[in-house]
Design a protein around this ligand. Structure first.
Ligand code: 5AD
Ligand code: SF4
Length: 493
């Protein structure tokens, strides 16, 4: 029996996992303590770990939202500080890490499929380390399943443990057993983490962590912990630095950015205040995501109306057009309040682009309630929407609700909604034909390398012919043809 097999058999035989260090608990993750958040500015990679990755390669695959994408940039920073180099070939990696998403069942199924593939790879390369992190690691059921069925995994760590990557790797090299380090209680805010960003044009900047909204369908408050805002001075300094490094666009990130600052005990400083400060920084484009309509206040609308480098696109998830369903979702606004907010935004920011998220087939959603979603969609006339069939998440209140709506009905509803989304998206895009728009050029199109691609202020994807020197710049493009998902054009300047 080689070392790896020994390690695997130890884990398989041992059915009582309660003694494992730091196994997750959804129940514990749900509680919101009064303890104040502490800010640490003294993050360092311990000297004893430096050089750990010398001559080794890491592979990091990211699933899910921008928060995960940005977490991966931090982990890449730690890997590189340890001396590892990145590879995009998993079969060549000394450490393979999957940064997972728990938002819907199909997201989880994809990850389990990949974990399955890794079993064969591990057999041929027993010395490689396989790690699972991200939102799925925060779920008890997932961790138990991995421990019982996937002994090829060497380490599992949670969203609150990312800054401990070096220690976790070290433990995994030393230990014969699967290393599990998942803190269910969110930690403090750690500043000065190393980050290796993907690209030099656009950057993500966290402004807060966690979510306290507890929408009844959503796993995020459990996997990401309570709301903790970064101090304004730390955010502003990071954005200034990015501007100085030549970045053109910054997106401020949080699971519910409109709750920014609500947890500060010493200052009264919200998202509106933050945006008002950040807009004075010399950077071309500023965005934020994701908003919750409930906390979207008038001050923020006023600040956004100042325009300039604040982009005229707002992602404003509605989830449903039915007040009864919104109540069951515990969204804390109704259809009328949402529409009022939209009116306010449209009045303050003329021609603002609005996008949204919608869930169809929430438990017992009636045909009439679904029709209300369609009618709201038409009324707002969104530029685009991300649409989902409701997926029960273990441990959330909605997962315990009775649901008499068959999947076939939900699928038809999704199709009908998508048809409407596409119809209005094309209509909206057609309005740009013949217009000249400003495009931040990101590179060549993924589908055709002879064509350049970038986004407008309203977050419309534009494919156009132009010189490669314009990559990284904001150029003027005349729109020649509108499609459902993108615009085609010609550079004019
Ligand atoms: N089922 C389906 N969609 C969900 N979302 C969040 N939780 C679920 C779930 N359980 C969607 C919401 C959210 C987006 C990020 O994912 O629309 O805004
Ligand atoms: Fe992002 Fe939520 Fe998925 Fe976690 S569960 S990766 S926070 S979308």
């Amino acid at each position: 029996m080689n070392e790896q097999q020994r390690k695997q058999s130890t884990v398989i035989k041992d059915k009582d996992y309660s003694h494992y260090f730091g196994a997750p608990s959804l129940k514990e993750a749900k509680s919101r303590g009064k303890a104040s958040v502490e800010y640490h500015h003294d993050f360092i990679i311990p000297d004893e770990f430096r050089g750990m990755g010398e001559g080794k390669k890491f592979y990091l695959r990211t699933y899910g939202c921008q928060m995960n994408t940005h977490d991966s940039e931090v982990m890449t920073g730690i890997f590189m500080a340890l001396g590892y180099v990145e590879t995009d070939d998993m079969t060549d990696a000394d450490v393979a890490l999957l940064n997972t998403c728990a938002i819907r069942e199909n997201a989880e199924n994809k990850v389990f499929g990949e974990i399955g593939h890794l079993k064969a790879l591990k057999r041929t390369r027993p010395d490689m380390l396989i790690g699972i992190c991200g939102c799925m690691s925060q779920e008890e059921s997932v961790v138990n399943k991995i421990m019982q069925k996937h002994p090829q995994v060497d380490m599992i760590f949670g969203t609150h443990n990312i800054h401990r990557l070096a220690n976790i790797l070290n433990d995994a090299y030393m230990s014969k057993e699967m290393v599990v380090e998942v803190w269910s209680k969110e930690g403090d805010v750690i500043e000065n983490l190393p980050k290796v960003r993907n690209g030099k044009i656009k950057a993500w900047v966290n402004i807060m962590y966690g979510c306290d909204k507890f929408c009844t369908y959503c796993i995020v408050p459990y996997t990401r912990g309570k709301e903790r805002s970064r101090r304004p001075e730390d955010i502003i300094q990071e954005v200034r630095l990015l501007a100085a490094e030549g970045y053109k666009e910054v997106t401020l990130l949080g699971q519910n950015v409109n709750a920014y600052g609500k947890d500060f005990e010493d200052i009264n400083f919200g998202l509106g205040d933050l945006m008002d400060e950040i807009r004075t920084i010399d950077i071309s484009r500023i965005r934020f995501t994701t908003s919750h309509p409930r906390d979207f206040d008038d001050q923020l609308v006023e600040v956004l109306a100042k325009g300039g480098n604040l982009m005229d696109h707002i992602h404003l998830p509605v989830q449903s057009g039915s007040s009864e369903i919104l109540k069951k979702m515990s969204r804390k606004y109704n259809r009328e309040q949402y529409l009022e907010l939209v009116e306010k935004i449209k009045k303050a920011i003329p021609n603002v682009a609005l996008t949204t998220d919608i869930i169809v087939g929430f438990p017992n959603e009636s045909d009439e309630q679904f029709e209300e979603t369609l009618s709201l969609y038409r009324e707002v006339s969104y530029d685009l929407a991300y649409t989902f069939i409701y997926s029960p998440r273990e441990g959330t209140p909605a997962a315990a609700m009775e649901d008499n709506i068959p999947m076939t009905v939900k699928k038809v509803r999704l199709q009908r909604l998508n048809n409407l989304v596409n119809e209005i998206a094309l209509e909206k895009n057609k309005a740009f034909e013949g217009q000249v728009v400003e495009v931040l050029v990101e590179g060549t199109s993924q589908k055709n390398h002879a064509v350049l691609a970038g986004y407008t202020s309203k977050q419309k994807l534009v494919n156009f012919n132009g010189p490669t020197e314009s990559i990284g710049k904001i150029v003027k493009v005349k729109i020649t043809k509108a499609k459902t998902w993108s615009l085609d054009g010609e550079i004019v300047e």
